[in-house]
Design a protein around this ligand. Structure first.
Ligand SMILES: [Zn+2]
Length: 96
């Protein structure tokens, strides 16, 4: 019997977040998707989650439970004008 152990480095957990862009003030949400190749068939058809080069927060990179987060503008969801508290919007980013 062969037992394979998959050892990962420790990472900060968390997938979705909502907050304000530092020094700009716009409210935005971020999904679990941090990035993808943007050029494969899946990416070009809006199916980045199937991209072989996908980068996921809380899995490939540190997650969203941090005071500050760096994100690609392409993966931001604008939240200005939505009449809900910012902290209530974060769980909804799983649907974005
Ligand atoms: Zn791709």
């Amino acid at each position: 019997m062969v037992i394979r152990l998959y050892i990962r480095k420790l990472i900060v957990l968390g997938h979705q977040i909502a907050g304000k862009v530092d020094k700009v003030g716009d409210r935005v949400g971020l999904t679990w998707l941090y990035g993808s190749c943007s050029s494969c068939e899946h990416c070009l058809n809006g199916l980045e989650n199937y991209c072989l080069d996908i980068v996921r927060t809380g899995w490939d990179l540190d997650g969203r439970y941090a005071e500050y987060e760096v994100a690609h503008e392409d993966y931001e969801v604008p939240l200005n004008g939505i009449p809900l508290k910012t902290e209530d919007l974060a769980p909804l980013m799983r649907l974005a």
